[in-house]
Design a protein around this ligand. Structure first.
Ligand SMILES: O=C(O)c1ccccc1N[C@@H]1O[C@H](COP(=O)(O)O)[C@@H](O)[C@H]1O
Length: 203
């Protein structure tokens, strides 16, 4: 079963929508320069409203170990998603949480050396994270790596089935594609989750 992450919750309405439609993961963005960026205090408040069965992913980019550990503790994060230029020795330092490393895929060269990352999953994204721009999924057709692949970048309720068919990822991750005018849209969240889970019903 392909897992689903809805990323970039910012408030009560978003939280109510995910509690209703129950993706496997939600993402809380701490990365600087994101319009979805949360303080640790605000993220912890959102987590307090979140269904206990949904796993919490903190999205960071080139932030300190101290800041990330504070967010892990305050928000009871299950996963740390490292979306900057973190080196592999930084990725291997976390205890008690999964680590997902984001890799920007612009061409075939970016697929080299993926197996060397000491992480639980590789999150393959386009060149502009959080922007709704897709990568070329055909680059990932036939990809064979030892870690889980999480496909991100430009997914939406209308293209996610094709993306899954081409890439066969462990999980799919969406933010912009379930928003309208920059805010999470409960109907699009439902449509995205139904599209993914509907594929499984037809298998
Ligand atoms: O969502 C953001 O603003 C963001 C900022 C900095 C790094 C990562 C960010 N989000 C990640 O981008 C993809 C979703 O992209 P899309 O909007 O669906 O195209 C996902 O991995 C988010 O965690």
């Amino acid at each position: 079963m392909v897992k689903i992450k809805i990323c970039g919750l910012t408030g009560e309405r978003d939280t109510a929508a995910v509690n209703l439609y129950k993706p496997d993961y939600v993402g809380l963005v701490f990365a600087p320069n994101s319009r979805r960026r949360l303080t640790i205090k605000r993220a912890a408040e959102i987590c307090d409203m979140l269904d206990g069965g949904i796993k919490r992913v903190g999205v960071f980019a080139d932030q300190s170990m101290g800041f990330i550990n504070e967010a892990i503790q305050s928000c009871k994060l299950d996963v740390v998603q490292l979306h900057g230029s973190e080196a592999s020795n930084f990725c291997s330092k976390f205890k008690g949480v999964e680590v997902w490393k984001a890799i920007r895929i612009k061409g075939c060269d970016d697929l080299k050396g993926l197996d060397a990352w000491p992480v639980d999953a590789l999150l393959l994204d386009g060149s502009m994270p959080g922007s709704g721009h897709a990568l070329d999924w055909n680059l990932l057709h036939d990809i064979r790596v030892k870690n889980h692949i999480i496909l991100a970048g430009g997914l939406n309720p209308y293209n996610v089935k094709t993306a899954i068919a081409v890439v066969q990822p462990y999980a799919v991750d969406v933010s912009s594609g379930v928003e309208t005018d920059g805010y999470k849209d409960a109907d699009k969240i439902r449509e995205f989750i139904e599209a993914v889970r509907g594929m499984e019903d037809n298998e």
